[in-house]
Design a protein around this ligand. Structure first.
Ligand code: SME
Length: 195
């Protein structure tokens, strides 16, 4: 099956059916690939097309993607050297998330653990569902048209390595069904990539 076909969702499918297809197709797309950049890129695309196939409010999702803990990005090699570098972290510095693969409009690139919805979920290692972002103290407004948001941490060995972030232009865009399946997706992504 051509890769693009994995993102065709039936027009009258329920949210449960669409998420089940997302998980099934995600398992297929990540098969044989353990690089998070590649896997997250395809899964961001799957999520984007999945929400578009659902009725509103899901159809009003305007951003779907990932932020990754900064030390999980490949280290930059110093110029003029062929030596391979290893990633180093400053243990005293607070952890931060950097923008990863996504679908939607450009977004802020750096979020410290504990800041905004993403940083809160990353720090608390727990899903945060925000029915109205205007009521969430410290919400980071990358796009003024976003009105609700869900952020799910991707945990490896009990630590946040990345988060799934989905925004919607409607208030109360996300419910327990979104939480359940996105947490399942987070578990899959934790396991299928090398960290
Ligand atoms: N609203 C997020 C920032 C990321 S964007 O929504 C893509 C937050 O408060 O952390």
């Amino acid at each position: 099956m051509p890769h693009a076909d994995s993102s065709f969702f039936g027009p009258n499918a329920s949210k449960d059916e669409v998420y089940t297809q997302v998980l099934e197709q995600a398992r297929g797309l990540v098969y044989g690939q353990r690089n998070w950049v590649s896997n997250f890129s395809n899964v961001a695309s799957l999520l984007w097309h999945a929400y578009a196939a659902l009725p509103t409010p899901s159809a009003s999702v305007n951003w779907a993607g990932f932020y990754i803990r900064s030390d999980k990005f490949p280290a930059l090699s110093p110029q003029n050297t062929t030596t391979t570098t290893t990633t180093t972290t400053d243990a005293s510095a607070p952890a931060k998330l950097l923008l990863g693969p996504f679908q939607g409009r450009p977004a802020c690139q750096e979020i410290r653990f504990g800041k905004g919805v993403c940083g809160t979920a990353a720090q608390d290692r727990a899903t945060v569902v925000v029915p109205d972002v205007l009521e969430f103290p410290g919400h980071i407004a990358c796009d003024a048209s976003s009105r609700s948001e869900i952020v799910v941490p991707i945990l490896v060995g009990g630590e946040t390595v990345a988060i799934i972030d989905v925004d919607c232009t409607e208030p109360s865009g996300f419910d327990e069904t979104d939480k359940k399946y996105l947490e399942e997706l987070a578990g899959l992504l934790a396991e299928c990539c090398d960290w």
